[in-house]
Design a protein around this ligand. Structure first.
Ligand code: HEM
Length: 396
């Protein structure tokens, strides 16, 4: 089935390519907007059918480099990505140039931190640095996370079906809240809010922009608050922790965990033979090959040109340049054997992985997310050998 979708998607990408290039070169701006509205909708559907990283890699192949996707122009080479994502710039609430994460509703503070403009952006980042991501947070070790979360992990393993993907995600929810705020919300609440968040996040992503009446009728905007945010807020979990957990941590760590299990099999790696350092490198390699936050964005404040499929596109203020990490992370100019999981790369090479971004917006939880993932992999592996777990590419 996946192969049929893949074949059809590739055909569609070929068909849409001249239309998209025309849109970016015509002098008729309305025509451009009209075409891009239409093609962005097709791209939106493809990303759901096919997977975000997968659809962007398919575009890169068809365009042989930079490409057009959604409302953005995608740059794929490592060097430009590395330089340009560090510039403090306005992001959007798009992922991959498409409105897949439906803006404010998916955050209890009603706004995505990365998309805030100045002066609020600096105030917000300073606030989370002071309250959550302080010096002690950056010093956390495997033993700290494993020791502190022992009860959470034991209760997870006592479950009949700990490998169930939503239960696994709810463990990351519970662990992250505990590590950030020293507050254990309990298994039942963690499972309830995680399931509610996932369900309503998907509904918002699917319908909010293209069929808002659907979320209105399902009551999604209200239910995400009632069933996911406020049960945590009532217990005293800080709003910034709710957002750092449900949006930033649970999704990324849960997807990364499932991908690690898949890639062990796919790349023929025996988990039990790895030491701690190798496990951390393995997780970093997985997130290099399969970035769980798939892109980052810049809204242009001055004209720039980008070459796409041999054509020079003149972008102007307000246009969006997108950086699909999966492309930069597999650039052979930056990484030797870029498609392989290698546990003997240099420290500089692991540091070059762009999946946590770089510069002003860089993820504060880079090391922490690897630690939590390894602790969870070890825990599940102690009960159910990871080689017997199969998420079949499922991410939800
Ligand atoms: C595999 C795990 C994770 C990955 C791949 C990841 C990736 C990213 C990326 C790429 C960005 C920056 C986006 C940009 O430049 O526009 C980001 C920002 C952020 N991440 Fe993560 N993240 C992960 C886990 C986490 C966790 C566990 C937390 C919280 C405990 C977290 C909290 C944040 C926050 C608060 C920001 C916003 C930073 C800012 O805008 O200044 N992330 N993350």
């Amino acid at each position: 089935m996946k192969l049929i979708i893949l074949g059809m998607s590739k055909g569609l990408i070929y068909l849409l390519k001249p239309m998209k290039l025309f849109a970016y070169t015509t002098k008729f701006q309305f025509l451009r907007r009209l075409i891009i509205q239409f093609t962005a909708f097709i791209d939106f559907i493809l990303s759901f059918l096919y997977g975000q990283n997968e659809v962007m890699e398919a575009h890169e192949k068809v365009y042989k480099g930079n490409f057009i996707f959604g409302h953005g122009v995608m740059k794929t080479d490592y060097d430009s990505t590395f330089d340009e994502i560090q510039k403090p710039s306005m992001r959007t609430n798009h992922f991959m140039g498409i409105p897949v994460v439906s803006g404010n509703e998916v955050f209890v503070v009603n706004s995505p931190l990365i998309s805030l403009g100045e002066p609020f952006r600096t105030v917000a980042r300073n606030h989370i640095n002071e309250t959550l991501f302080n010096e002690d947070f950056y010093k956390l070790t495997y033993d700290d996370v494993n020791g502190k979360c022992a009860r959470i992990l034991d209760e997870w393993l006592a479950d009949d079906n700990p490998e169930n993907i939503t239960k696994m995600r709810s463990v990351s929810t519970r662990m992250v809240i505990y590590m950030l705020q020293n507050m254990d919300v309990g298994k039942a609440i963690s499972e309830k809010v995680t399931a509610a968040y996932l369900k309503h996040f998907i509904q918002l992503s699917l319908f909010k922009n293209y069929l808002p009446i659907a979320t209105g009728l399902m009551g999604t905007e209200k239910k995400i608050k009632k069933d996911a945010f406020y049960p945590l807020i009532k217990m005293g979990v800080l709003p910034s922790v709710v957002d750092a957990t449900l949006f930033a941590a649970m999704f990324s760590i849960g997807t990364l965990f499932a991908k690690c299990v898949d890639y062990l099999r796919e790349h023929g790696i025996e988990y039990n033979s790895l030491n701690l350092e190798e496990k951390m490198k393995f997780v970093t390699e997985v997130v290099r090959l399969y970035p769980t936050v798939t892109t980052t964005h810049r809204i242009l404040e001055a004209p720039e040109t980008v070459t796409v499929a041999g054509k020079t596109l003149n972008l102007t203020e307000g246009d969006e340049i997108v950086y699909p990490f999966v492309c930069a992370n597999k650039d052979k100019a930056a990484f030797e054997c870029p498609h392989k999981i290698k546990l003997d790369r240099s420290e500089q090479d692991y540091d070059k992985v762009l999946s946590w971004s770089k510069g002003a917006h860089a993820c504060p939880a880079k090391k922490f997310s690897v630690l939590v993932t390894v602790v969870m992999l070890d825990a599940l592996n102690s009960k159910t050998p990871l080689s017997t777990v199969d998420y079949k590419g499922k991410i939800l």
